[in-house]
Design a protein around this ligand. Sequence first.
Ligand SMILES: [Zn+2]
Length: 102
Amino acid sequence: MTLKFSIHYGLHFIAPAIIAFLFFRKQWIKVYLIFIATMLVDLDHLLATPLFDPNRCSINFHPLHSYFAIGIYVIGLFFKKTRVISIALLLHMFTDWLDCWL
Ligand SMILES: [Zn+2]
């Protein structure tokens, strides 16, 4: 297992648990599940060929990882109902974006 791989999946699965526990302690399980559910945005990878390429930068390549989509996630931060989902999606984008540099 490479370092890059560990960082990527650590941020995808462990960071959400820490954020949920620190900031949403009363309902951290629910928040954690929302974080995990936002992993579904990776379904847009199914539209790409090849399906999975560890060296590809997802950001602005896949529709749900485009700057336009990210702009929508940022707007979501301002609304209480969508805030947790937005935080989760932005963390996801940040994680994918790190892959473009490592
Ligand atoms: Zn992604």
